[in-house]
Design a binder for this molecule. Structure first.
Ligand code: SF4
Ligand code: SF4
Length: 230
């Protein structure tokens, strides 16, 4: 027999379509099915539990977890140099900042204002990816509660977290980013400008970064003139 493709034989919309199968006598009683369900529930009472009694029991996320983005505080000051890369990379435009220069060191910039609107943040981690200073990282904090829109805008006082408390994530980033870029770009702590200044203070007490650069210029100039005299 040739099938008529315009009118299929089994069609749920057709009035002839059988919607119910014929139940056996036991199935019609429903009792065996109820007992099976009770037995299953009883067995689950002795199965290992995978749920936590939150908030009494807190989950400790792995290092790869992307929680609330925070600013890294290094020796009492922010690592951030207010370059604005994170704000440019942020897809929902959640980050806003205002840069300023330190009075005693005009080459040193810092964010006078730094805010993240947590109503917008999608925890993508792009800010962390692009930051050249490892100054903004994704923390393990997932317990984020606010009662108003204003409360959802986190300022520096709520964003700054000491680097010691972020050690696990910073170590993870060091490994992950170094793997990604190889020797081309090693995200080492000593590469950021604060560390350069700190090293400067350690090795050349009293010299600021500006003084060090000036000294470097003088050294370069003296080398050039000695070359001319040869
Ligand atoms: S995690 Fe993503 S959305 Fe959130 S602040 Fe960073 S870049 Fe913006
Ligand atoms: S957090 Fe990083 S990327 Fe964002 S402004 Fe500061 S230094 Fe630049």
């Amino acid at each position: 027999m040739q099938n008529n493709l315009d009118q299929p034989v089994a069609n749920a919309l057709s009035e002839d379509y059988q919607r119910e199968r014929t139940l056996s006598f036991l199935e019609k009683l429903y009792i065996p099915e109820i007992l099976k369900a009770l037995w299953y529930s009883f067995k689950q009472m002795f199965a290992p539990s995978f749920t936590l009694n939150y908030p009494e029991e807190k989950w400790s996320p792995p290092d790869i977890f992307r929680g609330r983005p925070v600013l890294v505080e290094d020796d009492g000051q922010e690592r951030c140099v207010a370059c604005g890369l994170c704000a440019r990379a942020c897809p929902p435009l959640a980050i806003s900042m205002q840069a300023d220069e330190k009075a005693d060191d005009p080459k040193e910039r810092y964010p006078n204002v730094f805010e993240i609107n947590m109503l917008r943040c999608i925890y993508c981690g792009y800010c962390e990816e692009v930051c050249p200073e490892e100054a903004i990282v994704m923390s393990k904090d997932y317990d984020i509660v606010f009662e108003s829109r204003e409360d959802a805008v986190y300022d520096k006082s709520r964003l700054l977290v000491p680097k010691e408390d972020l050690k696990e994530r910073l170590d993870f980033l060091k490994k992950y980013k170094n793997n990604q870029f190889g020797q081309f770009w090693d995200f080492q702590e000593e590469n950021n400008i604060h560390s350069v200044r700190d090293r400067d203070q350690k090795w050349n007490t009293g010299l600021s970064l500006v003084d060090m650069l000036e000294q470097q210029k003088k050294n370069d100039a003296s080398e050039a003139s000695s070359n001319w005299s040869v």
